[in-house]
Design a protein around this ligand. Structure first.
Ligand code: CA
Length: 235
């Protein structure tokens, strides 16, 4: 079954161009031209991925993303933002809200199609059901790689696929500092032009979701991140 991609873009020419290139790679594509219609369309059928323009009439791209991340049925749907150069602040906010990637305008449609493929591969890699998952534990954090579930003090965390992979990689390599570049390569499965800044945004979000265990994920200034093997404040 081909993946279903929803393209939310009010500039008709851009939407048509993106749809054309995605359809040529055999994706199933729908386009909508405003934020309210986007959410309504997602209600009718859950997309496998959303390409989301930031500047939209009625409801902005950020509003759509915020709404998606608050809804259980849409929380894990990957999102690629289309952003204009002058929207840097919005782009950062979008990554903080849990967008998986962004493509600055003007963009090459072929590059966007490659990004779509990369994000979908990452998501689909998620539960390695047949690999007899492992249970990784450190302090209050337990990561069940088979079931793709992470828990803090026994309570399951509500993570996006990218956040889960990031946590898994950090816990797997606990005690060792991981550079942003290393995390990008392991958790994102691509080195293509996603900036290391993206890693910082996802780590921030992951830390918030870790709640009482947030202190276990420490920043090593100038190097990257490390998951502790001993409680924060010791060692
Ligand atoms: Ca627009």
């Amino acid at each position: 079954m081909s993946a279903y991609v929803l393209v939310v873009e009010d500039e008709v020419d851009i939407a048509a161009l993106v749809a054309y290139h995605l359809a040529r790679e055999s994706y199933r594509v729908r386009t909508v031209d405003d934020g309210v219609a986007a959410l309504r369309t997602m209600d009718a059928e859950r997309p496998d991925l959303v390409v989301l323009d930031l500047m939209l009439p009625s409801l902005s791209g950020l509003d759509v993303l915020r709404e998606m991340r608050q809804r259980q049925d849409l929380e894990a749907v990957p999102v690629i933002l289309l952003t204009a150069r002058k929207e840097e602040q919005d782009r950062i906010e979008g990554l903080q809200l849990g967008a998986d990637d962004y493509v600055p305008k003007p963009f090459s449609p072929r590059e966007l199609v490659l990004r779509v493929g990369a994000v979908l591969r990452r998501v689909q890699q998620q539960p390695p059901a047949d690999s007899g998952g492992r249970l990784l534990r450190t302090g209050p954090v337990a990561v069940d790689t088979g079931a793709a579930v992470a828990r803090v003090e026994g309570h399951p965390l509500d993570l996006t696929p990218t956040e889960f992979r990031l946590l898994m990689v950090l816990v797997e390599r606990r005690g060792r500092v991981q550079s942003r570049r290393q995390l990008l390569e392991s958790a994102w499965d691509t080195t293509a032009d996603i900036t290391t800044r993206t890693v910082d945004m996802h780590v921030q979000r992951l830390r918030r979701k870790l709640g009482p265990a947030a202190g276990w994920l420490e920043t090593v200034r100038g190097f990257g991140y490390r998951f502790r093997t001993e409680p924060p404040g010791q060692g």
